[in-house]
Design a protein around this ligand. Sequence first.
Ligand SMILES: Cc1cc2nc3c(=O)[nH]c(=O)nc-3n(C[C@H](O)[C@H](O)[C@H](O)COP(=O)(O)OP(=O)(O)OC[C@H]3O[C@@H](n4cnc5c(N)ncnc54)[C@H](O)[C@@H]3O)c2cc1C
Length: 385
Amino acid sequence: MDADIIVIGASPAGVMAARNASARGCKVILLDKKEAAGVPPHPANTFFKGMFDRTGEEVDQSYVIRNLRGAYIIAPSGRNVLFEGDAYFLDRKKFDEFYIKQTQDAGADVRFGIEVLNVLRSEEGFLLSTSDGKVRCRLVIVSDGINSRISGLLGLKPIKYPDDIAWSMEAEIEAEGIGEPDYFEYYVGNHAPGWKSTYSPCGGNRATLGMYVRRHGMDVSDFFDAWLERFKRVKGLDEVKVISRSTGGDPIAAIPGDIVADGVMIVGGSAAQSGIGYAMHAGQMCGDVAADAIEKGDTSKGLLSEYRKRWNEVYRKEYYLGRFALETLRKMSDMEINEIMKVFEGEDLKVLRGSPFNQALQISKMMLKNNPSSILSYRAIFRNR
Ligand SMILES: Cc1cc2nc3c(=O)[nH]c(=O)nc-3n(C[C@H](O)[C@H](O)[C@H](O)COP(=O)(O)OP(=O)(O)OC[C@H]3O[C@@H](n4cnc5c(N)ncnc54)[C@H](O)[C@@H]3O)c2cc1C
């Protein structure tokens, strides 16, 4: 055996899994086909402290480009709600390098520029063919991103609703003072069916614009172009320079499917665990359970399912509630979204804490107080489209 565990893909989740398993004394190899950490940088480069706190890690200012104060959610009418809370715009290359260093310090052998081409089960574990030769291990952690080819090779379907991946385009833009505001802006409505368009200021004259769409194919460039024009109108800008564009998929409403098999664990975007902080937390759970399995000499599905169990306890309800909310949003007309926004406008949304049941109760109270007829907008969930 070359390693106890091989992690395929240095995604935020994969890196955490490798770090935690190495810290527990396992021999870990982390392989990624990228030429180096964060090269090219992944377009996911923002998060909220509240989400990142779930990992138990401290945000390190060495990889923060800009500290923000929260986000506005903006309806088609322009009505909006403000979510206050610490948020960050990241230098994604520095962020990746920071956690790769932790992983190496914990003892993992991190190798970039190596693509895993095939994974075969052997008597004692797995034989991986890579662009740099063959390696053997007892347990494989798959973290190769949203279009997980390796999961397919292993016969697993780690995403329950792959049709609900939000296909995305993000662009770095430049215009006078565009990076100055202290809040992200997320626009919902039929211009971005199924999810949102975004404006993320990152200081000075720089920002990013994003478009995330569900159920309209993988190419969302037409939606993005329309958003860019609308953004210019809303902000009164004649000229916005687009510096670069990137594309990808965000499994925000896609829900984890088969993420454990004998000797195999799947984590991060490949397991529909969307969001940097949430994916890192899942990676930690995965790495801890993998280390238990190696210590006990038992890499069976039965033992590895502890990872699924831990994830379910923390996130299952939250992910299903999120999917329900996004499905309702996807089916609503712009007018219905405007009605819903009246419910939340001006409210202190910090009260939306606790169990999903408690949150639903708080929302019902706000509805009755601010706009009782908005309840009719929820008819949308019964629409069959
Ligand atoms: C445009 C866009 C913007 C987003 N913005 C945000 C954001 O601001 N904040 C947020 O929290 N979430 C954001 N998300 C969601 C985000 O995608 C996820 O939360 C997470 O960062 C994605 O990581 P991942 O697990 O999909 O894997 P990735 O980060 O894609 O990592 C997979 C890795 O596997 C490697 N790999 C793949 N195949 C192989 C192979 N065969 N052999 C070796 N290596 C391989 C790849 O090189 C890659 O490094 C965004 C998503 C998109 C598409």
